[in-house]
Design a protein around this ligand. Sequence first.
Ligand code: SAH
Ligand code: SF4
Ligand code: F3S
Length: 459
Amino acid sequence: MTQERQKQGKSVFIRTYGCQMNVYDSERMAGLLKPLGYEAAAKPEDADLVILNTCHIREKAAEKVYSELGRLKKIKTAKQKNGGDMAIAVAGCVAQAEGAEITARAPQVDMVVGPQAYHRLPEMLARTARERGDILETDFAVEEKFDRLAEHKADGPTAFLTVQEGCDKFCTFCVVPYTRGPEVSRPTDAIAAEARSLVVQGVKEITLLGQNVNAWRARPPVGVVGDAWGLGELCRHLAKIDGLERIRFTTSHPRDMDNGLIAAFAEEEKLMPYLHLPVQSGSDKILKAMNRGHTAAAYIDQIAKIRAARPDIAISGDFIVGFPGETAEDFEATLAIVEEINYASAYSFKYSRRPGTPGAAMPKQVAEAEKDERLARLQALLEAQRSDFNKAQMGRILPVLLEKPGRHVGQLIGRSPYLQSVHVEAPLSMLGSIAPVRIVGQTPNALAGERVTKGEAAA
Ligand code: SAH
Ligand code: SF4
Ligand code: F3S
């Protein structure tokens, strides 16, 4: 009875910043809070608990959190005046990086929980109810975390599944090794069990996640003898799950792109022809200063091998302009590698000086105006390549996974094998199915398609 009463009317609002790993973590936090009676609130004003799942990757991302905390403070104060209350938790990478500084700077925050400690949220909530003052949990406890999470509830036909966390690479610009801790791989059987449960719930496409997802390594499933598996073997293993139609993974590091994984692209149909493989720069001098551990030529060779294995693969990347010491010539080398590779999509950023990283202390920081100019040139080139890639799909018939309703009635939004958004006229009853779609047009962010009959598709 008491438990029933406790369960009534509580709600949580989670705002997610940053990468897909944070999206995954937010879903798992919601799942963890549900048995405690927390339903999803539509906006912070309606919530008893607000969680900001934060990102520390660039200065702007981290600063957003403090402005959002300012807004939340007003809502909390207004609620308290009316005899109510609202708990505020900061989770994610800012929580890990700035810990106690957050509550010093923003006393309205009740809980600070790092990305490897959020399974402790229920205890933390119980403690905030008993004690005043802030509560901080920022241990790295990855295995314990996954063991203690509730079942992963699916939300539609696509799902993220974290298989690897953390980073040992220590690129000199990056905070991730500090916010997410060392590389840890989840066990094969735990991953397969989560995948099977998602598929039972209707999931058709799973994206395996990790900060360095292709650094995943673990023992084969219980009962299978042999050496440790890499990501290629994991993909093949998951591909055996009936009902699972598509597998993707992100983000990969060029240093961990082994032959087994490349071969999986050639042999495993369920592995989608799309690879996000960041290179950051095309200049060997800058790659070295970034501590990326490979040259531009090695990256180009690797892409050639991957394309030989899977000729239609869409390549995507990340780039940073204006890393300390980057000259006009270094930047030209970045444009040159982009020309050489020809990307289907890409993310590009101005270098952001992050406290505590080696790059922040390097001499020859590049002026902001210079970074702006380089970014604009790089983005124009990448955008032209993306548009060409999309145009090349015109008239083709692609299998599209119909993922969610579109903006107007009768329209669904789906994904092509190359991760392009495709808008199609189709009934709601087709949600979750993979349909043959002829590509007939393109907008800046999506392709337009028409459903084709089975007979036409086979022709
Ligand atoms: N593990 C992935 C990337 C994770 S961060 C990898 O190694 O490729 C995602 C992207 O953010 C990076 O690829 C990089 O392009 C960008 N990034 C990271 N730190 C940055 C910084 N200090 N300034 C600008 N961009 C940054
Ligand atoms: Fe950051 Fe480099 Fe690790 Fe990627 S590999 S998360 S860029 S340190
Ligand atoms: Fe940001 Fe942390 Fe992801 S810093 S990009 S949320 S790993």
